[in-house]
Design a protein around this ligand. Structure first.
Ligand code: ADP
Ligand code: MG
Length: 226
């Protein structure tokens, strides 16, 4: 049943992301159709074809990532680079955040953070945390995501300047069906905590009402020299 719950939550998050992805793909498409107009009038230049290719690649990247996540896959652990995984996930989440005029700032404080884990599940955790951060934030605010290394752990931090959590709510995070949202499921954090537990990792939360929240995900780092 654990797997079933993870699966159903995955579908609902993916469904909600669809709006963001569609939005993000509309812009490059508009740019491309403009250039195609130029081509028609034989005004095409090297510079324009370069921009066209960049925009096409961007759409491909978003769609590829999106489709990979939507596919149902069993949990399989492999060696992976956490910084690369975070960057891939941000491509999706920037689209979702931009719907609320929220920007995501990424700082990489360590490159090549190798860990052992299931890429799709870990992406799902990051999606849940960033989605919550967006939903807790006001239009125009920013979210900071970072990856760093601390004593044997690779840590992903998701920091927002949103509404924050009262002490009594903080204690309830991860409880199944605990939600304060009208259309919330209260499953996102429960599933995320489970996934991190399966990775022998840890999630910590620091929050202050009306100031913001920081979620830290710590994952055991693989020894690079081995
Ligand atoms: P849902 O998002 O469907 O409500 P979650 O398990 O993802 O379910 O989150 C549970 C609750 O925790 C949310 O309803 C919200 O009240 C609170 N929460 C989670 N993340 C944040 C955050 N970054 N800032 C403020 N509140 C949060
Ligand atoms: Mg949520």
């Amino acid at each position: 049943t654990e797997e079933l719950i993870i699966q159903s939550e995955k579908l609902s998050v993916i469904g909600q992301l669809a709006a963001g992805v569609a939005h993000e793909i509309r812009n490059p498409l508009a740019i491309l159709s403009g250039f195609v107009q130029f081509m028609r009038e034989e005004k095409i230049s090297e510079e324009y074809t370069g921009i066209m290719l960049t925009e096409i690649n961007r759409m491909n990247q978003i769609l590829e990532e999106y489709m990979q996540l939507a596919k149902a896959k069993p949990f399989t652990a492999s060696e992976l680079d956490l910084t690369a995984l975070v960057k891939e996930t941000l491509v999706l989440m920037e689209a979702f955040a931009s719907l609320s005029n929220i920007s995501i700032h990424y700082t990489m404080q360590a490159d090549n953070c190798m860990i052992k884990g299931d890429a799709n599940s870990l992406k799902q955790v990051l999606i849940n945390l960033i989605k919550n951060a967006v939903e807790a934030s006001e239009q125009g605010s920013k979210i900071e995501v970072s990856v760093k290394r601390t004593s044997g752990y690779a840590t992903i931090e998701v920091k927002d300047e949103g509404q924050g959590l009262a002490h009594e709510d903080l204690k309830r995070l991860g409880e199944p069906f605990f939600t304060k949202k009208e259309t919330g499921t209260g499953l996102g954090l429960m599933v995320s905590f489970k996934i991190i537990e399966l990775h022998q990792g840890e999630i910590t939360v620091t929050s202050e009402p009306n100031t913001g929240t920081i979620f830290s995900v710590m994952l055991p780092e693989l020894n690079n020299n081995k």
